[in-house]
Design a protein around this ligand. Structure first.
Ligand code: SF4
Ligand code: SF4
Length: 208
């Protein structure tokens, strides 16, 4: 069963003006643009020049994606297999399409990385694959790999890329980065008490 999430509302959410709300003029404008492109392309073919070629996706896929195309996100892992992300939310903040949703967790027994994502998802129905999330990440926790995501669906909620998929699809780690070992004894009783008040209920969930 697919889970439906409430979209966050941001201060810069676009609003429609009266012209856009009228709807029909915008439909006619879209048809005008489409017809213009169609006629231009047709003109190229009938005059012996090469016009645009239609690829019947998803049955067909273009073989000529650029080798540097980065079309799918990966969440990197620490040497112990836990997620490298520290749930700082910088990627979600910088994302121009506002498609990253992160639910942070808190682990008082890992003082070097007490925050981590319990849920990390990207709505691929709206991602523009700009790579700004990768640039903004201070931890090299999110990367984009050469691939074309399989976006075919009749339900946009099936287009959410989950944390599991981002970690297991093509696992990547930053082997050069040193990580302090976890302490063997429980630490930060005060912080743990604070977690009881504000953090994840029912104990510390395991990191992925
Ligand atoms: S690639 Fe761009 S649009 Fe997609 S999640 Fe990253 S920042 Fe957002
Ligand atoms: S992926 Fe990077 S920028 Fe995004 S929340 Fe995790 S650590 Fe922060």
């Amino acid at each position: 069963m697919s889970v439906r999430y409430q979209r966050k509302q941001y201060w810069n959410e676009p609003t429609m003006n009266w012209w856009e709300k009228a709807y029909l003029p915008e439909v006619l404008r879209g048809l005008f643009i489409t017809t213009g492109v169609f006629l231009r392309n047709m003109g190229k073919w009938v005059t012996g020049r090469r016009g645009a070629v239609t690829t019947y996706y998803p049955e067909e896929r273009r073989p000529d994606f650029a080798p540097r195309n980065r079309g799918k996100h990966v969440l990197t892992q620490r040497p112990d297999g836990s997620v490298q992300c520290i749930a700082c939310n910088m990627c979600a903040t910088v994302c121009p399409a506002k498609v990253i949703e992160i639910e942070p967790g808190f682990d008082a027994n890992d003082p070097a990385h007490p925050k981590y994502p319990v849920r990390f998802e990207i709505d691929y129905s709206r991602c523009v694959f700009c790579g700004m999330c990768v640039e903004a990440c201070p931890e090299d926790a999110i990367r984009m790999a050469p691939d074309v995501p399989n976006l075919v669906s009749d339900d946009r909620y099936n287009m959410w890329l989950t944390m599991d998929e981002m970690m297991t699809w093509r696992p990547q780690a930053d082997v050069a980065k040193p990580y302090p070992p976890k302490p063997t004894l429980p630490v930060l009783p005060l912080v743990r008490d604070a977690r009881g008040a504000h953090g994840v209920a029912g104990g510390v969930p395991s990191k992925h």
